[in-house]
Structure formats: structure tokens, C-alpha cells
Design a protein around this ligand. Structure first.
Ligand SMILES: Nc1ncnc2c1ncn2[C@@H]1O[C@H](COP(=O)(O)OP(=O)(O)OP(=O)(O)O)[C@@H](O)[C@H]1O
Ligand SMILES: [Mg+2]
Length: 406
């Protein structure tokens, strides 16, 4: 679970909000709703500005009554809790596949019901953003939203059940069966495909909360992204959003987004690099229980990633012997490139997918290649990138989505 310590916290970054007034690209709500948007008419699915009514009437989603979901989860029984996050608790339930009526446990289809336990507008906005994005998007690497419930103060979301839970649980839960190297790479590829789909020209969505607890796994370890509460329609061209409120999860947010509030798809790519590094190392993005100097995974691991002889220092000892040095180096190189301090030197998610596919198909480049030799053309700038040091420091321990400054 990403949220072991409870409530989210709120704040504004005033220096950033000052620049919003003059920004051409007005930052939208988390819901994707906005009174003013400068998006051109060429924008495609789902960057449409829709009213709450339009979102909720989205034909593919089932509107459940609170009573339906109460029955499906046997009155939100504590023993059916699948996990807890900043939004609320997630329960396991059963419904009939055709009628959507609650059924006995073990019959019909299994669902995951997320119940908002937080009052206020932010919770509603995130709930609506999830309905807006997941209600419109359909991809094998995005979790399927079946429906929602909006009744008085109640806000719930109904998803397909993901039997193997979150990547976070597999990597970090005590006593959990450790994922093999092969499965880790499969999950990385699946998650990368989900992000690449979101970033594609047809969709153009910035996910903004990519982390291990939001990568869910089906019975075959296919990865699916969940949680679109913080997602935003991506700006067109090379422009970025300027957020009045920097939202996300400490340890995963890109340094330039933390520093300036500028949000682009490259922020997601940085977060992907953090998650890939967590998968390679079996260490959390932020872990205050580690010795001094090792609390922030990216800062600690970065020097080892670029050196083939030292790379084993970073790799999870639980998967020792399951990969070749060439494979480990290639995966570390992808992570390092995603973690480039300068956003323009990060690859696109499309490039990451290709690199991970090569890795899966054993197309590992010359094992003698040194990281210093690996550079790639940045598609937007046309420049060739090289790595620089990351100075971003984050120290908040819990990996739960929130406003990132107070
Ligand atoms: N569709 C699902 N199927 C199975 N388990 C799920 C599903 N959705 C969520 N879960 C479980 O519930 C947990 C809580 O999910 P939730 O998205 O509410 O919070 P989180 O991702 O842990 O934290 P945050 O609120 O910061 O995003 C997940 O980590 C996962 O273990
Ligand atoms: Mg989540």
C-alpha cells in the first residue's frame, strides 16, 4: 500500500502560481475539466473538456447504487480489504457479469471497489478524473474501470479485479514471493506500454503518479496502470503545463516538476526510471531505514548504474544469477536515461518500450558498450543527450500521492 501514514496534505507553490497568469497553457483541474484551455482543435481523445454530467453519462460505464456495492462487498467487510491508499480503501467484491447485481462470493466476476473516505473537493476531483480518463481509455495495459457510484456523499469506483495486486506488494511486502528477473522485465515492459499509450499522439495524457503501487498485475503478470486521479491532458507541442499545485508522490516526481511546476510527459518518464530502478534493486524510492546516504534510491544508485563493474552493487540479491551482465547493464542504462536530470535528455516512452522489447528478446547490444558511449537523439530537440548529475533531493518517506509542498 502506498499510503501507510494516512492523510494527504495540501499547499500551493506561490512562485509557480504567479507564472500561471501569464502562461498560455492554463493548468487544468485533476478532473480534466477547465474553464479555460488553450488546447488547439487538433487535440484528440481524451483531451476533451467535458462537464461532470457528460463524464458520468459516458456510455461504457455502469452507474452503481451504493446499496449494490455494499452487497457486492458484503458491507465493506474488513477482511475483504485489498489495500488502502490516499483516496480510501479498496475492497474485493462479486457481481454478476451481465446484470452487475451483487452475487455470492466465489460466483460471478470479481471486482475491486475503491471507496473515497476523504471529504472535500480534492477527493471529488480525483474521483471524477478517474471516471473521465479511465472511462474513455481502453488499452491492455490500463486497468479497466467498470463503473462508479455517486450517491449523496458517497464516491466509489468499480474496477476489474487484479488478482496479483500491486507491483509494490510484490517488490516490498515482507514475506512476499520475490518476482524473478524475467517477470520484472515483463512487468516493466507492460507498464511502459501503458505509459507509451497515454503519451501517444492519439491520447496525449500525462499520468503524473507513476509508482509501484499504481502498477497492478493480472494472473499472468500483465501490468496495468490504475489511478488517474492526478492525470492531466498533455499540452500540445513542446509546451508544458505550469501547475499551481505540484501534486504527486515524493521519490517519484521529476526534479524540474518539483522545482518549477512545469509538467510534461517527460515527468512521467523520470518516474518510470525510478520504478525501473526499484525493480532492479528491490529497494524503495525513499527508505529512511537504510544507512545514511542510501535513503534516496536515485541519488545512491546513480553512480553505480553507469559502471558495468559496479552495477551488481545495485541489483537485488534475490534475483542473483537470473540475468546476464549485459542484460543488467542494458536495463540499468534505460533507467539511467529516464532519470536524466535534464528532461530533454530522457527518452520517449516509445523508445523505452523498444529497448525493453530488445531486452526481452535477448537483443542486448555489445556487452562492452560503456554508458558514456550510449547517447540518443532527443526527438523534440534534435540534440544528442548525455547524462548529468541529479541534484534533486526529496526526503518525505511515504510513497503516497499528495501535494508536494507545504
Ligand atoms: N483493481 C484492483 N485489483 C486488485 N487490487 C487493487 C486494485 N486496485 C487497487 N488495489 C490494491 O489496493 C491498494 C490501494 O490502492 P490505491 O490506488 O487506493 O492506493 P495506492 O496506490 O496504494 O496509494 P495512492 O493513494 O497514493 O495512489 C493497491 O496498492 C492495491 O494493492
Ligand atoms: Mg493507487
Amino acid at each position: 500500500m502506498g499510503n501507510c501514514c494516512g492523510a494527504r496534505f495540501k499547499a500551493e507553490i506561490h512562485n509557480v502560481s504567479a507564472s500561471v497568469a501569464s502562461s498560455k497553457y492554463v493548468s487544468k483541474d485533476a478532473s480534466g475539466l477547465s474553464a479555460s484551455s488553450s488546447k488547439g482543435s487538433s487535440a484528440s481523445v481524451p483531451p476533451t473538456v467535458r462537464s461532470e454530467g457528460e463524464i458520468l453519462q459516458s456510455s461504457s460505464l455502469k452507474s452503481f447504487s451504493f446499496g449494490d456495492l455494499k452487497s457486492a462487498t458484503r458491507n465493506f467487510r474488513p477482511d475483504s480489504v485489498l489495500g488502502e491508499g490516499g483516496f480510501g480503501s479498496v475492497y474485493k467484491g462479486w457481481i454478476d457479469e451481465l446484470t452487475f447485481v451483487a452475487t455470492k462470493p466465489g460466483t460471478g466476476i470479481v471486482i475491486a471497489v475503491k471507496r473515497l473516505n476523504q471529504e472535500g473537493y480534492q477527493g471529488h476531483k480525483e474521483w471524477l478524473a478517474e471516471v473521465n480518463y479511465l472511462g474513455q481509455l481502453d488499452h491492455p495495459n490500463l486497468v479497466k474501470l467498470i463503473g462508479y457510484c455517486l450517491e449523496d456523499e458517497q464516491r466509489l469506483l468499480v474496477y476489474e479485479f487484479m488478482p496479483r495486486g500491486s507491483l509494490e506488494n510484490h517488490l516490498f511486502r515482507r514475506g512476499s514471493f520475490s518476482l524473478s528477473w524475467k517477470l520484472r522485465m515483463k512487468v516493466a515492459l507492460g507498464a511502459a506500454k501503458g505509459l507509451a499509450f497515454l503519451h501517444s499522439d492519439q491520447v496525449r495524457v500525462i499520468y503524473r503518479d507513476f509508482k509501484t503501487s499504481n502498477v497492478l498485475l493480472d494472473s499472468n503478470y500483465n501490468a496495468k496502470l490504475s489511478d488517474f486521479g492526478l492525470a492531466k491532458d498533455g499540452p500540445t507541442g513542446d509546451k508544458s503545463h505550469v501547475s499551481t499545485r505540484v501534486m504527486g508522490t515524493y521519490g517519484y516526481a521529476a526534479p524540474e516538476y518539483l522545482a518549477t511546476g512545469h509538467l510534461t510527459a517527460k515527468s512521467d518518464i523520470y518516474s518510470f526510471g525510478v520504478v525501473l530502478l526499484e525493480m532492479l534493486s528491490g529497494r524503495r524510492a525513499i527508505d529512511k531505514n537504510r544507512p545514511p546516504g542510501e535513503h534516496i534510491l536515485v541519488d545512491w544508485a546513480r553512480p553505480y548504474l553507469s559502471n558495468k563493474r559496479r552495477i551488481l552493487r545495485v541489483l537485488d540479491t534475490r534475483i542473483e544469477g537470473q540475468y546476464s551482465l549485459g542484460e543488467a547493464f542494458k536495463a540499468a542504462t534505460i533507467a539511467l536515461q529516464c532519470l536524466s536530470t535534464e528532461a530533454k535528455f530522457r527518452p520517449t516512452m516509445g523508445e523505452v518500450v523498444l529497448a525493453l522489447e530488445d531486452l526481452q528478446n535477448n537483443r542486448v547490444s555489445d556487452p562492452n558498450t560503456k554508458i558514456q558511449d550510449i547517447s540518443y537523439k532527443d526527438h523534440n530537440s534534435g540534440k544528442v543527450g548525455t547524462e548529468k548529475t541529479n541534484n534533486a533531493k526529496a526526503s518525505y518517506p511515504r510513497p503516497s500521492a499528495s501535494l508536494l509542498f507545504s
